[in-house]
Write a protein that binds this ligand. Structure first.
Ligand code: GAR
Length: 194
């Protein structure tokens, strides 16, 4: 089974979805650790509750972005991951980091990429009058939210939607497609195109 480290910054609901899927018999990957850049991330307690090893490294405890990332990388390497799943990890990785794990870093983004990379995706989709929104699991490349898509799911934008109601509808789909996408990559059915 592929060894997977999940990286989070927040509530960790996608991490929990991945951990639940990985606990099923026959799933081709196992979660071996969870790394957060926020000690207060709600996801850390959730990971500990299901017995996953965790590590938290705050940017402010390091002198520079580079020093912080070097410490994250060192922590990551101790888990000896085959794959890395970014799950609400709200920090850009350097080119060197991404090259180190080329084709082995997945991310979930709450929009139908290439539409709405970056932040506030749901507010922007509502503002633009989109009829549909959704989420994308993709391979991470150096451009933010730009790598090749692995799976997408769509939901309708409904009259009266707020960013919060739309986010909740999309999140249900995130929890469904992220484990599927991880399984596809872990079993070698999908590879990063080169
Ligand atoms: C998810 O909606 C994820 O798609 C989004 O953050 C949320 C994390 O929730 N990620 C991004 O916006 C990345 N640019 P979670 O911590 O409950 O999984």
């Amino acid at each position: 089974r592929a060894r997977v480290v999940v990286m989070i910054s927040g509530s960790g609901s996608n991490m929990v979805a991945l951990a639940k899927a990985a606990a099923e018999p026959g799933f081709p990957a196992e979660i071996v650790g969870v790394i957060s850049d926020k000690r207060a991330a709600g996801g850390l307690a959730k990971a500990e509750a299901v017995g996953l090893p965790t590590a938290a490294l705050e940017r402010r405890d390091f002198d520079s972005k580079a020093a912080h990332e070097a410490a994250v990388l060192e922590t990551l390497e101790r888990f000896a991951p085959d794959l890395i799943c970014l799950a609400g990890y709200m920090r850009l990785l350097s080119g060197a980091f991404i090259q180190r794990y080329e084709g082995r870093i997945l991310n979930i983004h709450p929009s139908l990429l290439p539409l709405y990379p970056g932040l506030h995706t749901h507010a922007r989709a509502i503002e633009a009058g989109e009829a549909e929104a959704g989420c994308t699991v993709h391979f991470v490349t150096e451009g933010m939210d730009e790598g090749p898509a692995i799976l997408q799911a769509r939901v309708p934008v409904l009259p009266g939607d707020t960013p919060e109601t739309l986010a909740a509808r999309v999140l249900v789909e995130e929890h469904r497609i992220y484990p599927k996408a991880l399984a596809l990559v872990a079993e070698g059915a999908v590879r990063m195109p080169r």
